[in-house]
Design a protein. Structure first.
Lengths: 57, 595
């Protein structure tokens, strides 16, 4: 008998339907860290935005 | 945000000494190469070769410096015990993803028993990222079985994420966001980790004793290896590992490493500083941060927390790759993860040492490409060299023979080999003198194991150079290797599998030998030690995956496995139907008063 069959056989299928035991609810804030510097908008993009009002809007 | 802790004078002195040694060795190698190369005039290829040998030798010398720094034994310090008062709230996190649930949960059962025997109150949370439904179902069965044999209801938790965002780092982050407030400390493990309860007790006590300590990393010893390759890795990790890690600890000071598992973190510190963002752009350089552990260590240091590694904490274990193929597969993931750190070299606010650690990780993989490039440049330089001019001045009566530079080249080769071998010889000498070698079968047997390990490493090195170079080139070509689950338990390989995995290396080896023999025959002898193992790659891959060479590579954990390892084997045997499930395995441990 394989290990999987052994475990499966002994645990029984009913147990699988039982609700899972979830860890306690105790939220902790994890603020996202900044790892990249903001990239400057390339010159051509800025020029394009300045020349095309629709794009600017 | 607090400022990063400044390094103390010992750390600064150690870093300065190691850097100086590396640069001096690199400079010496470069001068030797230039002296040997100038005999036929200087050209562009000599400049390229000089640059490559400088960087590659500096890298090797840096590794040697780590070992020499760690040779002196640590000063004996009385380990603190748990502080009086309410028990610290601790959780052991076991992130899993498509693992064999039977072995994984048997390890957890063994650790739970060991933790309780050590008098530690700690919950265990199994955090599953398993994707396929069948695997998830098997995990649920194994979980129920785990609760039955441990009585762990209310203490051992299991939850599976539907959204695998952020992989392991995201899995841990999800737990902290939901439940982190319930704990002071989290011991982070891998699916193949095993830790003694006493080790966890020591780690908690260390965190209590030093309120600025954000993370404490242990040195996991590799266990359970069966193949020649696996046992060589296991031996090297047990014999050389503690010395290298002690050197690392001295070099890194309070800006130490995090290897992603077998470590304890202060929950508040980790929560406030380690939520990783996705990097802009697509993988392999953008997207989720793959090698998250190095980044988390750097972020903790950035936020003013100390990160330390202590190889002296006993009772920390993991499993290692059993063959070259598994090793290369893991290396492919690590290559991508480390090369992704190029994006983080200029991340705002990091301590300079954290940036240097990123650079080391990047170089660990680039150096293979650099060695390959050095060999190619040497061949090209030899081909391009003009024929010797025996009469450089007109009207000379006697020919002028070019000076023989064999001495410089031989010195260079032996010098580079020395950087690889000397640290190991020094570690062996130290182990014999201190009596540590007894655990490895005695001085003679340990010496033989070191010799065989050096020989085996030399044979395997060209194969690893090829695998790593391919990985680096794939990453730079934009190929995302992903982060597939480990193929744990993958053992012996057939010759057919060896051919499948190594035929391309053989082809490159044969092509290189034929090419060199035709265009630069004087280099054939020099390149044979590199090309021959490449030609024999399939055979080497298959043979080293077999359980041969049992007379070498003895380690203390083979002769006398730790209590938690014996517990694990007993539970696994019971679960696999090869031993009765009850009664409890008769394993005795030093008991502790409950806290």
């Amino acid at each position: 008998m394989s290990a999987h069959e052994n475990v499966t056989g002994q645990a029984g299928i009913d147990a699988v339907e039982a609700p899972f035991w979830a860890p306690p609810e105790a939220p902790l804030d994890m603020p996202h860290q900044v790892l990249e510097r903001a990239r400057p908008v390339p010159f051509l993009d800025r020029l394009w935005q300045a020349l095309t009002p629709r794009a600017r809007a | 945000m607090a400022k990063p802790l400044p390094p103390d004078w010992r750390t600064v002195a150690t870093r300065t000494l190691a850097l100086t040694l590396s640069l001096v060795a690199a400079l010496a190698a470069t001068v030797l190469l230039i002296e040997a190369a100038v005999q036929d005039g200087r050209d562009l290829w000599d400049v390229v070769r000089s640059g490559l040998i400088f960087v590659s030798t500096a890298w090797l010398a840096w590794g040697a410096a780590l070992a020499f720094t760690g040779l002196a034994p640590a000063r004996p310090v009385a380990a603190p015990d748990l502080a009086a008062g309410p028990a610290p709230r601790t959780v052991v996190l076991v992130p899993i993803c498509n693992e064999d649930p039977v072995t994984t949960f048997a390890r957890i059962a063994a650790m739970d028993q060991s933790i309780r025997a050590a008098g530690v109150e700690a919950d265990i949370a199994i955090l599953s990222d398993t994707r396929d439904a069948g695997g998830a179902l098997r995990e649920r069965h194994a979980y129920v079985r785990l609760l039955q044999i441990t009585g762990g209801t209310g203490r051992i938790f299991y939850r599976r994420r539907n959204d695998n965002r952020g992989r392991k780092a995201g899995n841990v982050e999800d737990f902290i966001r939901r439940s982190g407030g319930a704990y002071d400390y989290a011991v982070i493990l891998d699916a193949d980790s095993l830790m003694e309860g006493s080790a966890i007790r020591t780690m908690i006590a260390r965190m209590q004793a030093d309120p600025k300590l954000g993370l404490l990393q242990t040195l996991p010893r590799i266990i359970g290896a069966q193949s020649l390759f696996g046992r060589a890795v296991q031996f090297a990790a047990a014999f050389h590992g503690p010395v290298f890690t002690r050197g690392l600890a001295r070099m890194q000071g309070q800006t130490g490493p995090f290897w992603g598992h077998n470590a304890i973190v202060r929950m508040r510190a980790f929560a406030e500083s380690c939520a990783l963002p996705e990097l802009s752009g697509k993988p392999p350089f953008g997207g989720h941060i793959l090698s998250h552990d190095y980044v988390e260590a750097a972020l903790l240091a950035r936020a003013g927390w100390a990160v330390r590694v202590d190889p002296a904490i006993e009772g920390s274990f993991e499993e290692g790759p059993e063959n070259i193929l598994s090793f290369a597969r893991r290396d492919r993931r690590w290559a991508q993860g480390n090369l992704q750190h190029i994006r983080l070299l200029l991340a705002p606010g990091l301590p300079m040492w954290s940036r240097f650690v990123f650079l080391q990780g990047i170089f660990a993989y680039l150096v293979s490409v650099l060695w390959g490039a050095f060999m190619i440049a040497s061949i090209v330089a030899t081909i391009k060299a003009p024929p010797p001019d025996y009469f450089p001045e007109p009207h000379l009566l006697f020919p002028v023979f070019p000076s023989d530079r064999t001495k410089e080249i031989t010195t260079l080769v032996f010098g580079i080999a020395g950087l690889l071998i000397l640290p190991k010889v020094a570690i062996l000498t130290g182990a014999i003198l201190s009596g540590r070698a007894r655990g490895f079968g005695g001085g003679l047997k340990a010496g033989l194991s070191v010799l065989v390990e050096i020989a085996l490493t030399s044979i395997i090195a060209p194969l690893m150079l090829m695998y790593q170079s391919r990985a680096v080139m794939q990453v730079f070509a934009g190929r995302d290797g992903g982060w597939p689950a480990n193929q744990r338990g993958e053992g012996s390989l057939t010759l057919g599998q060896g051919v499948q995995a190594g035929l391309w290396i053989s082809a490159v080896g044969v092509a290189a030998l034929v090419l060199v023999a035709r265009v630069a025959p004087e280099l054939t002898l020099w390149l044979t030690p590199v090309c021959l193992p490449m030609v024999a790659a399939p055979l080497i891959i298959a043979l080293t995956s077999r359980a041969i060479g049992r007379s070498v590579f003895a380690v203390p954990d083979e002769a006398a496995p730790a209590p938690v390892v014996r517990r694990y084997h007993a539970i696994l045997a019971a679960w696999s139907g090869t031993a009765p499930a009850a009664p409890e395995p008769p394993i005795r441990e030093a008991g502790h008063a409950p806290v």
